[in-house]
Design a protein around this ligand. Structure first.
Ligand code: GRF
Length: 206
């Protein structure tokens, strides 16, 4: 009998619409991505991504930042869930909160984030808007391991989004999101296949 490969247990952290989460769900359900999404966690109660998760039978949690005075305490509440579900890899898919060393230290090189610009350009909360207003001709998205800085961790993959002369910020963002939906699952797949080796700032793809 053919042995089935073990699926990587991932948690997806979100704050909003969850379109990246949806792309992971779809690619996991089709069998292309060897993951089990064991839980989805949001710091926003109304995040549409929570509904997307529940629709697919994935346990979905809102962890209220306001209940905790310290960021570390909020993270501790998240860690409790991560441990409960025996999470191997954490995917930040539009999670709009910086993590502290409290969480990062426990999951070193096991947290990845998607950022909507070609890092190190335009870090922060509005990658599309910042790149657009700067007038770049080429932008894109970056998937990277998370370290203690703001969008500073070692880069895994980048996708390119060329600015079209007829673009508006909206069309630029819309096309960019479609690229994100390809690049993030690809990076997760590489991780699951054990093909990423972090060597200082460089991530080697084996
Ligand atoms: C994406 O553009 C992501 O790169 C950024 O926030 C957005 C989240 O979109 N960090 P969604 O919630 O996945 O639709």
């Amino acid at each position: 009998m053919e042995q089935t490969r073990k699926k990587t247990r991932i948690a997806v952290l979100i704050s909003g619409s969850g379109s990246n989460l949806q792309s992971i769900i779809d690619k996991a359900e089709s069998g292309w991505l060897p993951v089990e999404i064991v839980c989805v966690i949001s710091d926003k109660e109304k995040a549409h991504g929570l509904e997307r998760a529940r629709k697919h039978g994935i346990p979905a949690f809102f962890v209220d930042r306001k209940l905790h005075a310290l960021r570390e305490d909020h993270e501790e509440a998240i860690i409790t869930i991560l441990k409960q579900f025996d999470v191997e890899l954490i995917v930040l898919a539009g999670y709009m909160r910086l993590l502290t060393s409290h969480l990062i230290g426990q999951y070193r090189n096991r947290i990845i984030n998607i950022h909507p610009a070609l890092l190190p350009s335009f870090p922060g909360t509005d990658g599309y808007g910042d790149a657009w207003r700067y007038g770049v001709k080429v932008s894109g998205c970056t998937v990277h391991f998370v370290d203690e800085g703001c969008d500073t961790g070692p880069i895994i993959l980048q996708g390119v989004n060329r600015v079209d002369e007829c673009d508006t910020l909206e069309s630029f963002r819309e096309r960019g999101l479609k690229i994100e939906h390809q690049v993030l699952p690809e990076a997760i797949k590489l991780y699951c296949e054990g093909r990423l080796k972090v060597d200082g700032r460089r991530v080697k793809i084996l």
